[in-house]
Design a binder for this molecule. Structure first.
Ligand SMILES: NC(=O)c1ccc[n+]([C@@H]2O[C@H](COP(=O)([O-])OP(=O)(O)OC[C@H]3O[C@@H](n4cnc5c(N)ncnc54)[C@H](OP(=O)(O)O)[C@@H]3O)[C@@H](O)[C@H]2O)c1
Length: 257
């Protein structure tokens, strides 16, 4: 696929690039500060578009002019709390969604395939209709973003939200090609709720559900390079992916009980 990658200078996006290339995707980098792209990444990108990730019209133009079939958004960073402001991230998320939606419509035919970085908190908790974020109210913008996209029909925008908890890089720098020990096969994945979730502390009166979430959240920390390989590998399936229209949760196989 030809992929427009936003956030290629960031923690996630810089590692997403080698993962996409390893799966034979062509990558157009969309950045606001091209001087920050490493020489190695620069030499591997199909092309570079300079623009703001909050500029929906510019993102749409990049998708259309480079004839991209897919968009991966790793631009912007969710603020940890919403006590003062949620920062620019919700604006970026909305701009990317609108751009991909309109580009798909204008081009006609198949919708744009879209992986959007999101957060662990918007996964379902075992007590419906609550989300994990209702028990640990961190990174609130993910909930706002999920609200925006969840009613979006998959035949207009083929979206998936990647809802990892903290992702820790195994290697200090992006590896070209990615190391063979960092692959999606190290993960188990599930739609809409965390895989292998245990029913811990649920019977403790009043605070049981809170304890349940807090006790388990850390066991969902994952290796960043495994996660980017997961999304890059999934793009191989195009519009046949089982994750379209889903929040996607992962867990390291090494952390399964
Ligand atoms: N890291 C994790 O453990 C983790 C866990 C769960 C979810 N996530 C989500 O993953 C996403 C990426 O996180 P990250 O850790 O890679 O963040 P990061 O290292 O701060 O990277 C953010 C990227 O966004 C770009 N960016 C920000 N505002 C922009 C704008 N207006 N126009 C164009 N580019 C812009 C930055 O470009 P500049 O280099 O120019 O600043 C940078 O490339 C976020 O949505 C985050 O919430 C991360």
């Amino acid at each position: 696929m030809k992929v427009l990658l936003l956030g290629v200078t960031g923690n996630v996006g810089s590692r997403m690039l080698p993962a996409l290339l390893a799966h034979k995707h062509q990558v157009v980098g969309y950045v606001r500060a091209p001087a920050k792209i490493s020489p190695e990444a620069r030499s591997k990108l199909d092309s570079i578009v300079v623009g703001s990730a909050s500029d929906s019209a510019a993102i749409k133009a990049a998708i259309l002019s480079h004839n991209c079939d897919a968009v991966v958004n790793a631009a912007g960073l969710a603020a940890m709390t919403g006590w003062t402001s949620q920062g620019e991230f919700p604006t970026i998320f909305a701009a990317v969604v609108q751009a991909a939606l309109e580009a798909g419509r204008e081009r006609g035919g198949a919708p744009i395939r879209c992986w959007l970085l999101s957060g662990f908190g918007i996964l379902d908790s075992p007590k419906k209709p609550y989300l994990l974020l209702d028990y640990i109210p961190l990174f609130p913008s993910h909930k706002r973003n999920y609200k925006l996209i969840k009613s979006q029909p998959a035949d207009t925008l083929a979206w998936s939200l990647f809802c990892a908890n903290q992702m820790n890089p195994k290697y200090d720098k992006p590896q070209f090609p990615p190391s063979v020990d960092t692959l999606a096969s190290n993960l188990v994945a599930k739609a809409d709720a965390p895989p292998a979730w245990a029913e811990k502390y649920r019977k403790v009166p009043l605070i049981g559900n809170y304890l349940n979430v807090m006790a388990q959240a850390q066991s969902y920390f994952s290796v960043l390079e495994n996660c980017v390989d997961f999304m890059a590998a999934d793009l191989d399936k195009g519009l046949e992916s089982e994750w379209i229209g889903k929040r996607v949760a992962v867990k390291e196989k090494s952390k399964l009980n």
